[in-house]
Design a protein around this ligand. Structure first.
Ligand SMILES: Cc1ncc(COP(=O)(O)O)c(C=O)c1O
Length: 449
């Protein structure tokens, strides 16, 4: 329910919860109907990139709406779509040259899966269809994307409806699945891909999909240097396409245009990104190589896929304006600099014994909670610690993105932070101060410290 509403027919995510009514947003703040300000420490769910209420975006929206708001992608192209594709290719890793537009992240993930599959068929290897992904991952909520997602809690109700797909171990240094220390490992987690490809049979594997920095399921898991390079080598060795899911990490958030740029890795497909339009409109994309595009163009000639709102000109124009804003205001290097500051400030949270790990890359950071630091034992999930801390922070006017299940699919608590790129140091101080107070209060109330 929204508070004070007499009649409210909305089917909310949590029907028992009372939601404040958001009425206005500007910069890093959202305001509710009572005038309370919330600092957007997570950009909603890692969506808001350039901040709220930017006038240039409103103007771009109006300009495009006054010309043409919609033309179906099976009948027309538009200048807005062509221009946006050009801008995305200029930002993407070299060799990614074709852009397919979508209006949802899960839709984009499934588009990549289907594009990979059709590519394998078009080039004459129809036995390749499996997509391998990782545990402790999230790729979306539609059934195909959920099947790839490695999160027990999100999967449990829908398991019978999903197709089984293989999952490998995550690159989770704090809880290394192979019992190694980050500085003394042989990248066993990357080699797990090779083993799984061999077990499944290389002739059956179409693609491997991974988030470069894991977001929703574990709170900013950054892989060790060398991990994605090794993954790329393995994919090449077995003729498997590498799909990176940059829905949270693009565009610019980690301090590079795309997170894979940190490791100089060029995937075969890149799925992006909430930050593309920064919350102003729903638009995502799959960016791929000319090789994949040509296989389909010269093969059957049609990608047997499509959604009604794909490449709609209004969304394309809005996203183009957001990318212009990011470039004109130099926001990508700013994410790197502000990210360093955020991480430094978050490290002060180690003063709470329940803070086990603080990590991140650019303006995407996570705080993981543990019962005991020495053993890294997670809390009982029945306690819903992440939700308690998130709710207390929210009451105090800070928006975070809490999550659970990182440790083993069910146990594990974290808070994900991903503020808009325009956040200042003073505003970061405020984010960390509120989170600090929320953790302290909950820990004291639950007698954890
Ligand atoms: C990495 C990743 N992929 C895919 C998705 C799904 O995007 P959407 O919620 O727009 O369907 C998300 C959403 O959080 C995500 O974090």
């Amino acid at each position: 329910m929204s508070e004070n509403a007499k009649v409210d027919r909305v089917f909310y995510r949590s029907p028992r919860k009372s939601y404040p009514t958001a009425v206005r947003a500007e910069g890093v703040y959202i305001y509710d109907r009572k005038g309370k300000a919330y600092i957007d420490g997570s950009g909603g769910a890692v969506v808001v990139s350039i901040g709220h209420g930017v006038k240039a975006i409103e103007q771009a929206m109006l300009r495009q709406a006054s010309r043409i708001a919609f033309a179906h992608g099976s009948q027309f192209t538009t200048e807005a779509a062509v221009e946006l594709a050009e801008k995305i290719v200029a930002l993407a890793p070299p060799g990614l040259e074709r852009v397919y537009f979508l209006s949802g992240g899960s839709e984009a993930v499934e588009t990549a899966v289907k594009m990979a599959r059709q590519y394998q068929v078009e080039r004459g290897i129809p036995s390749k269809y499996k997509v391998i992904s990782r545990w402790t991952s999230y790729h979306g909520n539609t059934l195909g994307a959920l099947a790839l997602s490695g999160h027990t809690g999100r999967r449990k109700y829908y398991q019978p409806l999903m197709q089984h797909t293989p999952h490998i171990a995550p690159a989770y240094c704090y809880r290394c699945p192979f019992g190694r220390e980050p500085d003394a490992c042989a990248l066993e987690c990357a080699d797990d891909l090779e083993k799984t490809i061999l077990y499944e049979g290389p002739d059956s594997v179409s693609a491997f999909m991974a988030e470069p920095v894991v977001g929703a399921t574990a709170g900013a898991l950054v892989p060790r240097e060398g991990y994605f390079q090794r993954i790329r080598e393995i994919c090449d060795r077995y003729d498997v396409l590498l799909i990176v899911d940059e829905v949270m990490t693009g565009v610019g958030r980690t301090g590079r245009n795309f997170a894979v740029d940190h490791w100089g890795v060029v995937p075969d497909m890149l799925v992006g990104s909430k930050g593309l339009a920064g919350g102003y409109t729903p638009i995502y994309c799959v960016v791929t190589t000319e090789r994949v595009h040509t296989a389909i163009k010269q093969g059957s000639g049609t990608f047997v896929h499509g959604h009604t709102y794909s490449q709609n000109p209004l969304s394309c124009a809005v996203a183009a304006a957001v990318l212009d804003f990011i470039r004109e205001h130099d926001l990508v290097p700013r994410c790197a600099a502000m990210g360093r500051y955020l991480l430094k400030r978050l490290e002060t949270l180690y003063r709470h014994p329940i803070v086990g790990d603080v990590r991140g890359l650019g303006l995407m950071a996570g705080v993981e909670f543990v019962k005991e630091r020495a053993t890294k034992e997670p809390f009982d999930p029945g306690l819903k610690l992440n939700a308690l801390i998130g709710a207390r922070a929210f009451d105090k006017g800070l928006i975070t993105y809490p999550g659970g299940g990182g440790a083993d699919g069910v146990r594990g608590d974290h808070i994900l932070l991903a503020p808009p790129f325009i956040i200042t140091e003073e505003q970061i101080d405020r984010v960390v101060d509120i989170l600090d107070a929320a953790i302290g209060e909950i820990a004291a109330e639950k007698k954890m410290s």
